[in-house]
Structure formats: structure tokens, C-alpha cells
Ligand binder design. Sequence first.
Ligand SMILES: Cc1cc2nc3c(=O)[nH]c(=O)nc-3n(C[C@H](O)[C@H](O)[C@H](O)COP(=O)(O)OP(=O)(O)OC[C@H]3O[C@@H](n4cnc5c(N)ncnc54)[C@H](O)[C@@H]3O)c2cc1C
Length: 593
Amino acid sequence: MPTYKAPVDDALFLLNDVFHFERYGNLPGFADASPDIVEAVLREAGKFSEEVVAPLNRIGDTEGCTRKADGSVATPTGFKDAYRQMVEGGWIGISVPAEFGGQGLPATMTSIVNEFLCSANVSFAMYPGLTQGAIAALLAHASPELQAKYLPKMTEGTWTGTMNLTEPHCGTDLGLLRTKAVKQADGSYKITGTKIFISAGEHDLAENIIHLVLARIEGAPAGTHGISLFIVPKIMVGDDGALGARNGVSCGSLEEKMGIHGNATCVMNYDGATGWLIGEENRGLNAMFVMMNEARLGVGIQGLALSEVAYQNAAIYAKERLQGRAISGVKYPDKPADPIVVHPDVRRALMTIRAINEGGRALVIWASLQGDVARRSGNDKERQSADDHMGLLTPVIKGVLTDLGFANTVMAQQVYGGHGYIAEQGMEQFVRDARIPMIYEGANGIQALDLVGRKICKDGGRALMAFLGEVGAYVKDKSANEKMKPYVTPLGVAAGHLQQASMWFMQNAMAKPDNAGAGAYDYMHMFGLVALGYMWARIAEAALPKADRDATMKNKLITGRFFMERMLPETAAHLARIQAGADSMMAMADDAF
Ligand SMILES: Cc1cc2nc3c(=O)[nH]c(=O)nc-3n(C[C@H](O)[C@H](O)[C@H](O)COP(=O)(O)OP(=O)(O)OC[C@H]3O[C@@H](n4cnc5c(N)ncnc54)[C@H](O)[C@@H]3O)c2cc1C
């Protein structure tokens, strides 16, 4: 059975020493997040994840969810009780404004707590995670009446949320969607259609499920400009907040799938279900983007979380498993063989995963802090700049941390040799569970296109220039410091590659858009490497003064050097591929495939 220890100390180091959390004290809600409160909340979240949620991970995988004849869905044994404890602990609403029953704490804390929960049991964590995404969309776009009616119960967790975009014939291309909405005399709408692959669409954890549904109002234009967003409760809610009759929405079936068996993936049938418009007519995608952006960050966190728990177990195994002798000479003469952790190739795997996890955690916290500033700052310029950063980093975090997260679970499984392939060890579950984050919330190829096609050229490239400017200024500022040179010199080279690639797109993609499409995936990964490199330089800066007397900080410097020497240079290969353009990729006729 795998084990899990929440990396609370690492999160605290990042918040306090790397990102100087106290400097954000002027933002609403941050004053309540004093260092001792932050530490107490994170330690408690770590304990809850380790002791209550993690032990249910394997049960969730083997039992899965079950749909009964009446259309209800039972979650795996133990999920209900753990969810009840989650509600009692107030975990779902820690960052929701106090007026709706939340604690108003920084969303950055929710990101950290979600990492712990997803490492412990990603299927379980998706139920509250989707609710948090739905809450964000309602906060941004719902009317005060709808907010008052739904948000307090969702914040509490008594009601959960879902996100209904996908239909059988459309996933990426939502402009094709057919679910229909017909306006009623009382201002509500009747929603009819079929949604597929809806996570947490039906379950037994909460007394009501609040679906956010994309549909097309009768007579609306075709394509994405004719889509509206609706709130559709499973059970109708009276004006006094009391639950009434069942609405016309039901779970038609559950999908059999590769991983995340503990999370119910549902076909949802809307048969004239009553819904209410959120935001403006035909602006539904815009409103849903709030939830999608929250969810993309959340899915990136899933990649990181699975990589972290896989690493922890592989590291323990590598110190226990005895095979062969170190090539530099026997290291453990009292044992029949050396533990496999002495072998460079096993270290290659462990160091690679570790470098991504520690850098990735920093990237998630940095982006989440930008999200907090974008939502909470009273200063327009500050808000805009933070929003720019967030917009740029969201597809990178989603695409890169989930690709690397999956690759890392495979690498961690490899450390176990044949034992990694055996279900009892739990490593193959991590691999299966880590596969879906690369696909849902917009497949990773779509994240890359979002970055290249939309984000880097938006507002005349303002966000990209600000990011490159920040990294460039940091490199320049630290270059004179001998101890920082091993970190900032390679970072400067990699940032130069990113700049060259961006220029290449400007010069070669306007006339030939396939050049952008062909290079987008490499660009996203190159961006991810530069962002991780920047994080590692900042981690090194915070670790340097303490490294002489603190082994953890010394190990940070070693891991940071490994990243700079062995991982960051991959930006050169990405640049070469981008500059090769689309010709060989697009040359063959479609029917030659
Ligand atoms: C377990 C699970 C849970 C899910 N949960 C939810 C949920 O809660 N709510 C919800 O609404 N949906 C959910 N989904 C659906 C998921 O978001 C979609 O499957 C995903 O967005 C991809 O859509 P698709 O499957 O239709 O693939 P398609 O859109 O058919 O894409 C197929 C492939 O073609 C590529 N592609 C498509 N268009 C382009 C293009 N223009 N340029 C380049 N490449 C392109 C894609 O990257 C992809 O690799 C879930 C799916 C699964 C499997």
C-alpha cells in the first residue's frame, strides 16, 4: 500500500521565504492569514488528507461508483463519511467570501490544500474541487438572488457543483453544442439535451447537486456566440431555500474508464429541466471561462499532486530494494546488495520527478498569488498585471504539469521494476489516474493553442512582455552574485530561447498559421521550463543563506542545479523544432494516414 505525507513544510517555505506572503497583507483576507493561522490550516489539511482521505484511495479504485436502477449513484465505501468530515471542517469554503459563509482566506491556501487532497485521493478531491469551480463562476457572473440562494449551501458543501459542457458530438468545439434552452413566462428556461462525461454528475455525498450547463437559447446564433450558461439544480430550491421536487435532470449511465474510478463520470439527461440564466444571453462561454480557468489550475494541481505521491513512494522503495552494487564500489557492505538508490539511473528518475514537483509547487503558489491579487487588489494596474500573468500561466500549468505529472508517475513506477506493475503496490493506479488530467478541461494540445493563438498575442503581447521582462530583470539583477550564477545563467539562456521562439511565431505564423499550430506544443513546454527555471532560481535565492546549516535547504540547491543542468537545456530542442516550421508535419495527404 502506498503512503502519503503532505509536504506542509515545503509549502510554508515557499509562502514565507520565497514569495514573502506577508507582503500581500494589504489584500482583503490576507490580514486574517497570519503566519500561525496559515501554518495551522495547512497542518490540519495535511493531517486530514493523510489520515482520512488517503486510506480511501485504493478502495475508490477497486470499488468504483455504482449506478442503481433508480438512477442514483453510490460512491465507494467510506467516501460519504470522509466527505461529511470535509463539510464539518469547512474545507470547501476556506477562500469563499464570508458573506456566503466562507472564511475569505486567500485562494492560494485553497490551491495548497487541494494539492494535498489530490495526492491523497484525486477521485475524492474532485467532488469538492468542482464545487469550488462552480462557486467561482457564480461569484463572478450570477445575479445577487441566485448567489444568495445557492452559494451558502455550496460553500458549506451540503450541495455540490458540476460543469456541463461536453456532448457526444462536441468536446473541444463547443460551438457545435445542441442542448436547447426555451424561455418560460416566469423568466426561467426549460433545458433539453444530453451531456456526457460529467464528473460528479450524480452521487450520494450531498443533498443536492447544482449543475452549471451550457445550452443554446431557441433562435440564438450558431457557433460559440449563441451559447448561454444556466444553473440547473438536481432538486428544486424554493424561495425560502427549502428543497422541493426533483428537477428534470438525471444520470443515464456511468462511464467505465481507465482511472479515477472513485469519481462518477456521468451521462446526464436534461428532459425539460428548469434552469436559470447566469450572466447575459449568448455570453455563456465567457461566464463558463471563470469555472474553466479555476478548473484548469485545479487540473494542473492534480498532475503535480499525483507526481508528488508517486515520488514519495518511489523514494522509499529505492532506499529499501536491494539489487546490484554501486558502479563506484560497494556502498552497503553489510547487506547482500546495495539499495537501488545508489544507481545513477534510478537517481535520474528520482531527481527529475523531485525537481518538477518542488518547482511545480512553487509555480502553482506563484500563479495562485497572482490570482488573489487579480481578484482582490484595489489597484487597477496591479489587478491587470496579475490577471495578465494568470492568463499566461493557466494553460502552461494545466498542460505542462499534467504532461510531466503523468510522465513522472510512469518514471516512479519504473523505479519499482516489475513490482510497479502489480496493483497491490498502488503505483499503477497513480499512472492510470494521472492520464485523464492531460485530456479533460481542454486536451493539452488545446492548451498549447490557447497559449500561442490567444494568450501571447493578446493586448499586443503585453502579458508575454511583462513575463519576459520580469525574468530578464531578475537574471540581470542576480548575475553579479557568484552563488546565483549556476541558476541565473542557464535561466537567461532559456529565456532567450523563449524570446526567439515568440519572435519566430510573429514573423512566420501570420502568413502561415500551420507554423503556429505545429510549434504550439513545443512552445508550451518551453514556456513551462522557463517558468520552472524562474521558480528554481527564486527557490535557490531563498535557500542560499540557510544552506550551510540546514540540510533541506542544501538539498534545494542541489535539486535546483540538477534542474538547470539537465532539464532546462531542453529549451534548445524545443526551439529547433519550432523553427523547423510545419512543412514536414503537413506535407502528406490526409488519406496517407
Ligand atoms: C473522465 C472524464 C471526465 C470529464 N469530466 C468532464 C466534466 O465534468 N464536464 C465536461 O463538460 N466535460 C468533461 N469531460 C470531457 C472532456 O473535457 C473532453 O473529453 C475533452 O475536452 C476533449 O473533448 P473530446 O473528448 O470531445 O475530444 P475532441 O474534441 O474530439 O478532440 C480529440 C483530439 O483532437 C484534438 N483537437 C480537437 N480540435 C482541435 C483543434 N482545433 N486543433 C488541434 N487539435 C484539436 C484534441 O486535442 C484531442 O486530442 C470529461 C472527460 C473524461 C474522459
